[in-house]
Ligand binder design. Structure first.
Ligand code: PEP
Length: 254
């Protein structure tokens, strides 16, 4: 059975005081709620890089892991403003989001760049959460499967089976991110199943164990239905992860 992963993506939000109160509220409940069941979910917050030190310190010894929202495609050197995977590893980062649609759209990240980022993360033992997803235009043109397949293939092309087994995939339809529109559980499941079948063509064992998260306006009121789908192994949550009550409700739903 795949252990569910509930990952918050704070995006460019937060501040020292706000982070502390949000994390303290989360820790107070997560320690109680998630410690009981046999199959407990994994909980993660992906925070702005500048807050990694603060969040890693606050979360040390807790059941909530800390992750980043991006990593450089390069190892080190003259890349002003970039943050390397080695730097993330220094701050106890367990996960990093790569290929979020906002980075693909606003920072022109190609599938190949995203694949290099995943490689750099894995090099330092950090799990990349590889985001894939179609725009509304692509969905309406019937190209959803084709688009997500190309995005995933670029990553599969650079990873051997051992490395592939260590990634997480997040299906995030672009039209559902931050819009309040959610893919229905059936729509999401179709794409998740497609992604898993592509992975299975490469390696069936890896495909059966690899977690595929859903992201796109996941909220307390739709989380249960989405995560009840057989191929939805958790959520990547933007807006609702900034509110302790909402994020905790999603964790409970998992
Ligand atoms: C995201 O940014 O990854 C996301 C899913 O955002 P939201 O939950 O706000 O749609």
């Amino acid at each position: 059975m795949r252990r569910k992963l509930i990952a918050g993506n704070w995006k460019m939000n937060g501040g020292l005081a706000a982070n502390e109160s949000l994390l303290k509220a989360l820790m107070a409940s997560v320690e109680v709620d998630v410690s009981e069941p046999v199959v407990s979910s994994e909980v993660l917050v992906c925070v702005p890089a500048l807050f990694l030190a603060q969040c890693a310190e606050l979360l040390a010894g807790s059941k909530i892991a800390v992750g980043a929202q991006d990593v450089s495609a390069h190892k080190s050197g003259a890349y002003t403003g970039e943050i390397s995977s080695a730097m993330l590893a220094d701050y106890a980062c367990k996960y990093v989001i790569v290929g979020h649609s906002e980075r693909r759209a606003y920072h022109h990240e190609t599938d190949e760049v995203v694949a290099q980022k995943a490689l750099q993360a894995l090099r330092l033992g950090i799990c990349p959460i590889v985001c894939v997803g179609e725009t509304l235009e692509q969905r309406e043109a019937g190209k959803t499967f084709e688009v997500v397949a190309m995005q995933l293939q670029a990553v599969m092309d650079v990873l051997d089976e051992g490395a592939l087994a260590r990634i997480v995939v997040a299906y995030e339809p672009v039209w559902a991110i931050g819009t309040g529109k959610t893919a229905t559980p059936v729509m999401a499941q179709e794409v998740h199943a497609h992604l898993r079948s592509l992975l299975a063509q490469r390696d069936e064992t890896v495909a059966s164990k690899l977690r595929i998260l859903y992201g796109g306006s996941m909220k307390p009121d739709n989380a249960v239905e989405l995560m009840a789908m057989p191929d939805i192994d958790g959520g990547l949550i933007g807006g609702a992860s900034l509110n302790a009550a909402d994020f905790l409700a999603i964790i409970r739903a998992a």
